[in-house]
Design a protein around this ligand. Structure first.
Ligand code: GLU
Length: 474
């Protein structure tokens, strides 16, 4: 049978980083097995649906490169399935459950249900519908539809990650399947769609584990074969406890906006629960598709670490194609008010060895983007040197550099020529190169003088050295 997975987010707020991990695992599993991956928007809870979040979810999937294989036609491309456009269907299936005696209409008022729950609480019982309407044959008008959970059963299944899991049916609530507004609840719509869409593997977060017995009973009631379930471990914050909205690291969009490369975000997420074994940790999306294996997903909670993300981000940044980075970095530079220069790819070649995120680009190489440097002349003087010496070296360097041709203007050649010349004339490396580097960058810490000169080009380099000499003379 062809493997098919789905990502089924509810658009009720920013996509949680754990949601993106769920999407990734479903995508990887399907792709690894040559199967299909679909996206389904579960928006039947009208009260909780937040406008704009469906768009955000889809935009993030696109940015992350998690493409899907089928769906309704939207502008000539596959769109996601959207449950609110399919409500008729769920009603039809709900009626079947009524007819077969697996579901019943319930007219209990909110007040009655509240009172019931309070009394259960007083008796320290688990809050659960008491079955008041089970045999009452309520009319469907204004009623909710509930699943009739059979008493005294053990509901067991084999989870692809957690192994054998079982629940006592007596602990399971008579779940509402249709609300009084006619909309299905998540449980009904989710099962009907998973069946009709021929989903073979449901890979989702651990928080859904307790819903699984209800889902299995629904499959049984319909007479359908359930898919394989795999429940991913919780994501724990570094301080212990679940990674929550409050911890500030929960929204997936934030990571993209902070300038993490998508391959770094995905690599980070896959390691939250999946461990390939061995030392290797850095993988591209393509490599992940090759090696991903559901059997290697852990069931214990995965601890979230920003340091780990930064490390992975830097590794991916170093490997990224500078030409691709040019496009990606432009919006970040614009946000800083920096105009992208023509030799941006060259700048990125230097920057990518130092930074972890796109938003850091331009911090250390700001000197290339600006016309005027702002620094104190004293910074031009190396330790154990003096103003006269700095001025002397800058003058000599200027004369030497002027004689070099444009062709020789590259980091490696500049390094070779300058070092040989310094040695020949015993000018001293630090006495000569420190003032040169500061003249070019205006900073105490920056890329080295050869890289800086190469990025600036001959004309700007000579101008900056001249400017430094003037600063020391006044
Ligand atoms: N709509 C559910 C969610 O928001 C889907 C859960 C599932 O995958 O079954 O996560």
């Amino acid at each position: 049978m062809k493997i098919k997975t789905r990502f089924a987010p509810s658009p009720t707020g920013h996509l949680h980083i754990g949601g993106l991990r769920t999407a990734l695992f479903n995508f990887l599993f399907a792709r690894h097995h040559g199967g299909a991956f679909i996206v389904r928007i579960e928006d039947t809870d009208r009260a909780r649906t937040v406008p704009g979040t469906q768009e955000e979810i889809l935009a993030i999937l696109k940015r992350a490169g998690l493409t899907y294989d089928e769906g309704p036609d939207v502008d000539g491309k596959y769109g996601p399935y959207v449950q609110s456009e399919r409500t008729e269907l769920y009603r039809k299936y709900a009626e079947k459950l009524v007819a077969s005696g697996h579901a019943y209409w319930c007219l209990c008022s909110v007040e009655r249900l509240e009172k019931m729950r309070e009394e259960q609480k007083k008796r320290s019982e688990m809050p659960k519908y008491d079955g008041h309407c089970r045999d009452a044959h309520c009319s469907p008008e204004g009623a909710v539809l509930r699943l009739k959970i059979p008493a005294g059963r053990t509901i067991a299944f084999n989870d692809a990650i957690r192994g054998d899991v079982s629940f006592a049916s007596n602990d399971v609530d008579d779940q509402v399947l249709l609300k009084s507004d006619g909309f299905p609840t998540y449980h009904l719509a989710n099962i009907v769609d998973d069946h009709l869409m021929e989903i073979t593997h449901v890979i989702r977060g651990e928080e859904w584990l307790s819903s699984t017995p209800k889902h299995l009973l629904l499959y049984e009631a319909f007479g359908w074969k359930p898919p394989t379930f795999a429940h991913l471990p919780l994501i724990l914050s570094g301080e212990g406890g679940k990674l929550s909205k409050r911890s500030g690291h929960a929204a997936a969009i934030d990571y993209f906006e902070q300038g993490y490369l998508s391959e770094a975000i995905l690599n980070f997420l896959v390691l939250l629960g999946w461990n390939p074994g061995g030392e290797r940790e850095v993988y591209s999306l393509k490599e992940l598709i090759e090696v991903f294996d559901l059997a290697k997903v852990n069931k214990s909670g995965a601890v979230f670490s920003l340091d780990k993300l930064d490390w992975l981000a830097h590794e991916h940044m170093k490997q990224a194609d500078p030409k691709r980075l040019v496009k990606l970095v432009e919006p970040f530079l614009k946000k800083k008010g920096l105009e992208p220069p023509r030799n941006l790819a060259d700048i990125l070649r230097v920057e990518q060895q130092r930074v972890a995120t796109l938003s850091e680009v331009g911090e250390e190489t700001q000197f290339v983007f600006v016309d005027e440097l702002n620094y104190k002349p004293a910074l031009l003087v190396a330790k154990k040197s003096n103003t006269e010496e700095a001025k002397d070296r800058l003058g000599k360097t200027q004369a030497f550099l002027t004689k070099l041709s444009e062709k020789e203007w590259g980091t490696a050649t500049l390094e070779k020529k300058l070092l040989a010349w310094i040695k020949e004339h015993t000018l001293g490396n630090s006495q000569t190169l420190w003032p040169l580097r500061v003249a070019l960058t205006g900073r105490e810490k920056s890329p080295g003088p050869f890289e800086a000169a190469a990025l600036l080009g001959k004309e700007r380099t000579i101008e900056r050295v001249e400017d430094a000499i003037q600063r020391l003379s006044s």
